[in-house]
Ligand binder design. Structure first.
Ligand code: IPE
Ligand code: IPE
Ligand code: MG
Length: 232
């Protein structure tokens, strides 16, 4: 397809899945897959936002992922601490603003400090926003919003006022990609996904590179979004 005819979604969501299977296929430990996935996220987020998308939300760690073996949870938390502390400079160089969605409970002070410093130091960047969903659950986000509303003076809740109580002020997701061939949502951004186009490539996240992303954009371009209306 001619590059000029490619449609660029304003908000892309990616469920980063298949790190463990990527490692297993290479005879490596699951943790090696997480490291490869993290390094891929750095490259891919730059590519997605440079192509014109303004918001990229990625599912990095679900509230349910705390049910994994302690060793794997510890590895991931350590990766977040080391990665975020190392890569603030990278995101600044690439002009990417980084925000986080999720609950702060259950995260250690070190993880929270690395997240807070990342947000603080990248807050003025303008290329686009990378929203990292960490200790995140879609239902938890909605419940947390409801509790904030109960404690506010808000009377007449509309979709627009409700939205203000979600973790971050983000537009609806236009295009949701889940790598690794699993065809489910797994509690990712339930509110924001209402009218998203969904795409499920077979490849594992560490292999989801620029070529794979271009294929995904071609698929998105071919979709006919109707939002309940009639065909144009
Ligand atoms: C996604 O990869 C990363 C996280 C959930 C943290 P997985 O770890 O789920 O990899 P698979 O699905 O077991 O291959
Ligand atoms: C979803 O992947 C969560 C993240 C990618 C962070 P999982 O691998 O945890 O989801 P299930 O268990 O296959 O549904
Ligand atoms: Mg998985």
């Amino acid at each position: 397809m001619n590059n000029e005819n490619i449609k660029i979604p304003n908000h892309v969501g990616i469920i980063l899945d298949g790190n463990g299977r990527w490692a297993k296929a290479r005879g490596l430990k699951r943790t090696a897959g997480h490291l490869a996935g993290y390094e891929n996220l750095l490259k891919l987020s730059k590519y997605v936002l440079t192509r014109g998308t303004k918001y990229l939300s990625v599912f990095a760690f679900s509230t349910e992922n705390f049910n994994r073996p302690q060793e794997e949870v510890d590895y991931l938390m350590d990766l977040f601490i080391k990665g975020f502390n190392r890569d603030r400079g990278y995101f600044n160089k690439e002009n990417i603003k980084v925000v986080f969605s999720g609950r702060r409970d259950r995260l250690s002070d070190k993880v929270l400090a690395a997240m807070d410093q990342m947000m603080e130091e990248t807050k003025d960047n303008t290329l686009g926003t990378l929203n990292i969903c960490l200790n995140y659950g879609g239902r938890a986000e909605i419940i947390d919003a409801v509790n904030k509303i109960i404690n506010s003076n808000e009377k007449n809740i509309t979709e627009e006022t409700f939205k203000k109580y979600l973790y971050n002020d983000l537009p609806d997701i236009d295009f949701m990609i889940r790598t690794s061939g699993e065809v489910r949502i797994s509690n990712f951004m339930l509110w924001q996904l209402s009218y998203a186009e969904l795409y499920f490539p077979e490849c594992y996240f560490p292999d989801f590179n620029e070529i794979e992303y271009d294929k995904a954009l071609e698929e998105y371009t071919s979709r006919n979004r109707r939002f309940g209306g009639l065909n144009k």
